[in-house]
Write a protein that binds this ligand. Structure first.
Ligand code: ASP
Length: 329
């Protein structure tokens, strides 16, 4: 459904995309805040947070380009990051909590508004796939800790040691300096959140993380919380969050972004307004980072963060780009 503001913004972007089309050749680009906005042929497409999104998008793209569904695309996409032992913030290789345990959070949403989530899950390389099974096989949305692990094992997942040598070494060094105090700063935020639109125009999203490095044992962030780390409304669009989960949870950020899009704001404006909300309500905002990434039903994308440095990967037939978000500070 197009309201007046949507109509104006889509008309503008259609013109804008015509100008830009010739300059995007499909090569990996580093662009300014404004992504190319081909709103008429905006999908299939996939976006995801941070540089690791490039490889994840590639896997999602393989699903989408073969006519597959956005739900399969986002699951397959983020599994790439979960399986990468060199990535210290997602899945295997994720930095542990302050007790040395790797605990994972993930969630997934489909175009029908169904949702599944796991929190504080240990020993499983692919929490996003467990979250999908929670969505598809149980009457619940969220399973946590021991219960989530039991459910995963019952469904054929293997119990594995997720703590790599690199992560163990980082934890040991951290313990020496930190005296076991949880540390919060603008680094160490690299959750992967992904949103995809398939050829039918249906939107799904996924989000998966090992959370803050060296967090308190038992801490759960925004990433597995529907409406905080991820929200999808297939009539409007989807949003994902990365950064300090406590700020995102207290403002239910991804839901807020989607609601701003529902009111007619572009994805970038919607993300900026959700960052403004954090700045208005939470005095600690300037010492921490949060980034939002969103897509609307037309395939237009946008991102905004508290601090500079947040970027996202966009993959579409004509584009394979790493784009900088806008920033408040
Ligand atoms: N949002 C995640 C959390 O708070 C952290 C991140 O984005 O890396 O757990």
């Amino acid at each position: 459904m197009l309201n007046r503001r949507n109509f104006i913004s889509l008309s503008f972007l259609t013109a804008f995309s015509t100008i830009l089309k010739s300059s995007f050749s499909g090569a990996l680009l580093k662009a300014d805040e404004k992504p190319p906005g081909d709103t008429e042929h905006g999908f299939p497409m996939v976006i995801s947070t941070w540089k690791h999104g490039i490889a994840a998008n590639e896997a999602a793209w393989q699903v989408l380009v073969q006519g597959g569904q956005s739900l399969d695309a986002v699951e397959q996409g983020v599994r790439v990051t979960e399986a990468d032992p060199d990535n210290s913030s997602v899945g295997v290789g994720g930095f542990p909590d302050r007790d040395g345990d790797v605990t994972l959070d993930a969630c997934i949403m489909d175009p029908k508004g169904k949702a599944g989530s796991v929190t504080f899950l240990q020993h499983i390389v692919h929490p996003v796939s467990v979250a999908r099974l929670v969505m598809e096989k149980t009457p619940h949305v969220m399973l946590s800790g021991e219960g989530a692990l039991e459910f995963a094992l019952q469904n054929g997942f293997r119990k594995e040691d997720l703590l790599t040598d690199k992560a163990r070494k980082a934890w040991e060094e951290w313990k020496e300096k930190s005296h076991y105090k949880p540390v919060i700063n603008v680094e160490n935020h690299d959750t992967i959140g992904m949103l995809a639109i398939d050829k039918n125009g249906d939107i799904s999203g996924a989000c998966t993380t090992s959370g803050l490095a060296f967090k308190m044992h038992g801490r759960v962030g925004d990433s597995p919380i529907i409406g905080a780390g991820l929200f999808v409304d297939n009539e409007v669009g989807g949003a994902v969050a990365t950064g300090l989960g406590e700020l995102v949870m207290k403002t239910l950020g991804s839901f807020l972004v989607v609601e701003f899009m529902r009111s007619g704001y572009s994805p970038r404006e919607a993300c900026r307004l959700a960052v403004d909300r954090i700045a208005d309500k939470l005095p600690e905002y300037d010492r921490n980072q949060v980034g939002y990434l969103a897509v609307n039903k037309a395939g237009e994308t946008g991102a905004f963060a508290i601090h500079k440095g947040f970027n996202y990967a966009l993959k579409r037939e004509d584009v394979n780009a790493l784009l900088d978000s806008g920033a408040l500070l």
